[in-house]
Write a protein that binds this ligand. Structure first.
Ligand code: ZN
Length: 315
């Protein structure tokens, strides 16, 4: 049956001269969401434009399929964690409207680190809302240096990819208060030199839970970055083992995938199937398992990077 339908479809395409490119063809049957969004459909812009969805009473996912943008409404305006990048920024803005909020009411854009896929929309959204854009001193500098180097090497930035102008500097131990909501800042480097992380109380049916945005969930930059990342993970294991709702910066992670393929979109689908059941985003065991995987992964990463460095020296 299926074979006949595919053949008929292919013939119809040939007959009309329509071309179905691999880029827009959609995921192959049997692919996991992760394989599609971070793999085969990573550059399929229309595919990445997903509908926004509610995660907790005060948390909405408004980003494209592979990069998270978290919206947190408070009694005095909106907080946005990250902005995604072009060509998705208008979709993020539209998604905020779709879940019932006015993007002009964004008061804070809290960036999780100085990589383009997270900060690319900051300038546009700041212009629209007048929001403060917050990042650590180290990552403001990191972002500016990366951009200056790219300009020097003739590699950009493309229009829309510019780093936002330096605005609010946050540091370890800061608390950002907006109306009834407090966000605590921690610095957990290793993905970038100064990736901030954020703790906030999230609610499900008015019951409070510990929510956490880990700003840089994968090591970069060789032995140095790997060692910093491992330290950050060890700190999380000690100080934040009790996180109940992990608001991850990607719906899927390449470095250390979510255990049992429980990415944000899988959790979304579980929630949608059973809206009156327990909220699958409240999952401390999943967080702890992921920390374990990230810990083991970091140890392996450092060993591999050390071996690479040694090989480089003896060559
Ligand atoms: Zn990154």
């Amino acid at each position: 049956m299926t074979g006949t339908r595919i053949t008929t479809f292919a013939l119809a395409c040939l007959a009309t001269g329509a071309l179905v490119s691999a880029q827009t063809a959609g995921p192959a049957p049997g692919e996991t969401l992760s394989q599609s969004y971070r793999g085969s459909q990573a550059r399929n812009v229309e595919y990445q434009k997903i509908a926004p969805f509610k995660v907790m009473d005060n948390v909405y996912y408004v980003g494209p399929g592979s990069v998270s943008v978290w919206l947190v409404p408070t009694s005095a305006g909106l907080i946005l964690f990250d902005t995604a990048q072009e060509p998705y920024v208008d979709t993020v803005i539209e998604n905020i409207r779709k879940v019932g909020f006015d993007p002009k009411n964004i008061k804070y854009i809290l960036l999780t680190h100085g990589h383009l896929d997270h900060f690319g929309g900051a300038t546009k959204i700041q212009k629209l809302s007048g929001a403060r854009v917050a990042l650590t001193e180290t990552d403001w500098n990191f972002m500016a240096t990366q951009q200056a180097n790219a300009i020097k090497n003739g590699r950009g930035p493309k229009p829309g990819d510019e780093a936002p102008a330096k605005d609010m500097v946050i540091k370890e131990g800061d608390t950002i208060t907006l109306g009834d909501t407090k966000v605590k800042v921690y610095i957990l480097p290793g993905h970038t030199p100064g990736s901030p992380s954020y703790e906030l109380t999230v609610y499900d049916n008015k019951k409070p839970y510990k929510g956490f945005v880990f700003g840089g969930p994968g090591p970069r930059n060789g032995v140095e970055g790997g060692t910093e990342f491992l330290k950050s993970v060890e700190r999380l294991e000690k100080q934040f083992a009790d996180v109940q709702v992990a608001l991850n910066v990607h719906s899927f992670l390449n470095s250390y995938p979510y255990p049992n393929d429980m990415g944000i979109l899988e959790l979304r689908d579980i929630k949608a199937k059973n809206p009156n059941g327990p909220n699958p985003f409240i999952n401390n065991a999943l967080w702890r398992q992921w920390l374990k995987d990230a810990h083991a992964g970091a140890v392996k990463y450092i060993a591999e990077e050390k071996a690479k460095a040694q090989k480089g020296q003896t060559n």
